[in-house]
Design a protein around this ligand. Structure first.
Ligand code: TXA
Ligand code: MG
Length: 328
């Protein structure tokens, strides 16, 4: 019913053949759950927006939270972000391990906008689990991976937990046994100024404070706290005003379309982007942030958005668009 064929998910052993298969699936844009020392992650090629859209669809996430990009080495991670002195100290002390660093995205970074939820920052982690790092090295690209559970369920710490939630919705799970830490990584933002603890987790506050020389302030975690529309100041918001459920385009507005529907007045639009001609919500999600940026760049004062059904990822797309449309 939800577009997921109920073909069984492959359970891959964590040997050379299993790792090769898992890496090939990820490189082909498929979803593979992987063990880390904290919890199992639901992995996808972080450079491929279509693959990342698959994560949100499989988890049935109602909004686009920014995802952690996983890398096999400190050097690979440092190529994706801009590390200040705090971030470098934390990375050297805790990686590989249960710490995620949110840093400005590097100019030449490869983590796609959908994985970053349109932010200019990127969350990076080098996991402490040897099997995870082996897989990441074989993939050769950052792997986006939230916890491998359906939205609203508890995080999985075994391959059985993953299958209980996601069997038939993902290509494979790499079985690395039980996760030794069992809680998610600590998330620390190093975005200029003192580092902030966005989520407590596997790396203790005491250990983080010992590295920094002070205990970080705790901050709102945009991924775990409900935030009112428009209040998520760090999220990408178009410069243009956003108008939703539009059936009539005013002259000079930019138009964001979905499916076959054509609003009246379209010929007078300043710029037009179609998220998915076929009306496919996953394709639309993969294109959402780049389409918004292109329409913004057209210089239009208003982005007029045609109706998008709430089914599947449509709910997350509409959530994001409502935030963009909220008064600021
Ligand atoms: O242990 C873990 O961290 C697991 C394993 C699989 O690595 N992953 C995980 O991912 O817990 P997820 O998606 O469930 O949590 C990611 C957290 C969220 O709280 C999100 O808000 C935060 O990281 N985050 C990611 N990118 C961010 C950004 N650019 N700015 C602020 N917070 C960010
Ligand atoms: Mg989670």
């Amino acid at each position: 019913m939800d577009g997921f064929p109920s073909t069984a998910t492959q359970r891959l052993p964590a040997d050379a053949a299993g790792l090769e298969r898992a890496a090939a699936l990820l490189a082909a844009g498929r979803l593979v759950a992987l063990p880390t020392e904290t919890v199992y992650g639901l992995g996808a090629d972080a450079t491929d927006p279509a693959a990342v859209a698959g994560i949100y669809a499989a988890k049935a996430r109602p909004s686009f939270n920014p995802l952690i990009a996983h890398l096999p080495t400190l050097d690979a991670a440092m190529a994706e972000g801009v590390f200040d002195a705090h971030a470098r100290k934390l990375a050297k002390r805790f990686w590989p391990g249960p710490l995620t660093l949110v840093v400005p995205a590097a100019p030449g970074g490869t983590v796609c906008e959908l994985a970053r939820a349109g932010l200019d920052s990127v969350a990076l982690r080098v996991p402490g689990h040897g099997i995870a790092r082996d897989l990441l090295a074989r993939v050769g690209r950052p792997v986006a991976a939230p916890s491998a559970n359906r939205s609203g369920r508890v995080s999985p710490t075994s391959a059985d937990h993953v299958l209980a939630d996601l069997d038939g919705r993902i290509a494979a799970v790499l079985d690395g046994g039980d996760c030794p830490v069992g809680v998610e990584s600590s998330v620390v933002a190093c975005l200029g100024g003192p580092p902030r603890l966005l989520r407590p987790g596997g790396a203790t506050r005491e250990a983080i404070a010992a590295v920094l020389g002070f205990s970080p302030e705790t901050d709102d975690d945009p991924g775990s706290r409900p935030v009112g529309p428009g209040l998520l100041a760090s999220h990408y918001a178009p410069r243009a005003a956003v108008r939703l459920d539009v059936t009539q385009i005013a002259p000079g507005e930019a138009a964001l379309l979905f499916g076959a529907f054509r609003p009246e007045g379209l010929a007078q639009a300043r710029a037009v982007e179609t998220l998915s001609e076929a009306g496919d919500a996953e394709e639309a999600a993969a294109r959402l942030f780049s389409a918004l940026r292109r329409l913004d760049a057209s210089g239009a004062a208003v982005i007029a958005v045609a109706p998008i059904p709430d089914a599947g990822l449509g709910e997350a797309i509409n959530d994001r668009l409502r935030r963009a449309a909220a008064p600021r």
